[in-house]
Design a binder for this molecule. Structure first.
Ligand SMILES: [Mg+2]
Length: 108
């Protein structure tokens, strides 16, 4: 199962969602709840990193995997070609300028 495309992973996530009863169609889920659960996984990743737990169950890597799975689940439900969306955004960002001096964000 190595070297799958993002869209192939999306189909895999959707298949498991169907098997486990997590919903595969927009009318079978609550979008707000699914987005809140993505937030929850992002927070879990932050906490794991904060506590220097990088590997293993509930570690930083594991939680980032949860984030992606939940995002891909939504992509599958709404039939979003996320590879296309990411490539589109990379192209947009290539021409975009950020004013780092006006932001409180580390970038190096
Ligand atoms: Mg998690």
């Amino acid at each position: 199962m190595k070297n799958l495309t993002i869209n192939q992973l999306t189909q895999l996530v959707l298949l498991q969602a169907e098997e486990k009863g997590f919903g595969t169609k927009p009318d079978e889920i609550n979008v707000s709840e699914k987005i809140a659960l993505i937030h929850s996984e992002v927070s879990e990743a932050y906490e794991a990193y904060r506590h220097k737990k990088i590997n293993g169950r509930d570690g930083f890597k594991d939680e980032l995997g949860d984030v992606i799975q939940r995002v891909l689940h939504l992509c599958g439900i709404f039939d979003i070609d996320i590879e296309k969306e990411i490539l589109k955004k990379i192209k947009i960002n290539k021409k975009r300028q950020w004013q780092w001096d006006k932001m409180h964000e580390k970038h190096s």
